[in-house]
Design a protein around this ligand. Structure first.
Ligand code: PLP
Length: 395
């Protein structure tokens, strides 16, 4: 065998993803790309904002000496200071550049944090439905995932259930708001309850528990909503995020982690993350991107475009009888599967040339995910197919 048994197992378990992808390709070849309605990927269809291209041009016209060299593994201080200023004003806490490490996307930041904090067999609480890569990231660093469900109707945190799942082995809790795949935002009161719970459990078990707040969608929010800053509510917390979604730069691998300045042993934590960023082989986040995003901390793609797509699809699908929570942010819906078996439902949708991801892919069978970061024309063209699909499943 060319690969480790564990990797072979992971590949076998996720073979349905490959099959889905292959089926999508087959449909595209058979019917033409514009006749296939692909809602599977969280890959933004919009281009980065104009300001990004402006920064890019400025730097290309006047390159800085040494701008392609290695740097401190934490990243450029100017960029980290820019991030720190944003987080200080959001949290009213003295976040400094020293509390920030620039990373290769949010995925890189999650791996750096988990490597830094996990001892073998430490438990990490995940809240279903969850971004499936969390499981693999936890495994990368020898941890054990423990799954706790959010409320099955609202997808809000069930703080009591989280409390019941915390043990003497719990080392971290990963939350994601606005959430992939549900689009919900956790309100300040819930985060405050989570903060109180975690402090009480830390006192009970005599160990630090890190709340990792994964926030790549924090600037993609609708109807004037905003994401409460986790630092205000949870002392031992770290934000992991990226510009993959808010500046539409997923291929550029630029993000950061930032620790709550009130975290216990925060200097040691930061030293650990800088070390982990190095030895995981990331070394540092891409230098060019660090320069470009420094002055774009208050910029994002046009959120109104996503909101229009959300409204269009939400009204159309709920009108057909699909049941779902109206998302406050991100660019996903997570409706209830009209068939008990979500994988069967997704297969049926394929017959109508609608490509979806089953809830099982998010640890949540019985639902399915729609990513609407797609061309609005495609959404409009897909509506007759949705109508037929709804009729076929008896909605
Ligand atoms: N976390 C969540 C919830 C995501 O949806 C994604 C990407 O889709 C990531 C992390 C990874 O983001 P990045 O591309 O910045 O590594």
């Amino acid at each position: 065998m060319a690969v480790a048994r564990k990797i072979a197992g992971f590949i076998a378990n996720s073979s349905w993803i490959r099959k889905m992808f292959e089926e999508g390709e087959r449909l595209r070849q058979q019917f033409g790309a514009d006749q296939v309605y692909d809602f599977t990927l969280g890959n933004p269809d919009v281009e980065p904002p104009q300001q990004f291209h402006g920064e890019f041009l400025k730097l290309a016209q006047a390159p800085l000496p040494g701008m392609h060299r290695y740097m401190n593994n934490a990243g450029y201080l100017e960029t980290r200071n820019a991030v720190a200023r944003l987080l200080s004003s959001a949290s009213d806490l003295p976040v400094k550049g020293d509390h920030v490490v620039m990373t290769c996307g949010a995925g890189g930041a999650l791996n750096v944090v988990l490597k830094t904090i996990l001892n073998p067999d430490d438990e990490v609480i995940l809240l279903a439905p969850y971004f499936v890569e969390y499981r693999f990231y936890i495994d990368n660093h020898g941890g054990q995932p423990v799954v706790v469900w959010t409320d099955r109707d609202t997808f809000q945190l069930d703080v009591d259930a989280i409390g019941a799942a915390i043990t003497e082995k719990t080392r971290a809790i990963i939350i994601c708001s606005p959430n992939n795949p549900t689009g919900v935002i956790y309100p300040a009161e819930t985060l405050a309850r989570l903060g109180e719970l975690v402090s009480a459990k830390e006192a009970q078990f005599g160990r630090q528990i890190c709340v990792i707040s994964d926030e790549p969608y924090a600037r993609i929010v609708y109807d004037g909503k905003s994401v409460p800053n986790i630092f205000r509510y949870v002392k031992n917390s770290v934000i992991v995020t990226s510009h993959s979604k808010d500046l539409a730069l997923p291929g550029e691998r630029i993000g950061y982690l930032a620790a709550n300045p009130r975290m216990n042993n925060v200097e040691q934590f930061m030293e650990g993350t800088v070390f982990s960023n190095r030895v995981l082989g990331f070394v540092n986040a891409p230098a060019l991107m660090q320069r470009l995003v420094a002055d774009l901390q208050h910029v994002s793609v046009d959120i109104a475009l996503y909101q229009r797509k959300r409204d269009l699809l939400y009204d159309a699908l709920t009108g057909l009888g699909f049941e779902m929570v109206k998302p406050d942010g991100a660019f996903y819906f997570f409706p209830k599967s009209p068939l008990a078996d979500d994988v069967e439902f997704v297969k049926l949708a394929q017959k109508h040339r609608i490509l979806l991801v089953p809830g099982a892919g998010f640890g949540a069978p019985g639902y399915f995910r729609i990513a609407y970061c797609v061309d609005q024309g495609m959404i409009e063209r897909s509506l007759p197919a949705w109508r037929e699909l709804a009729r076929e499943v008896g909605l």
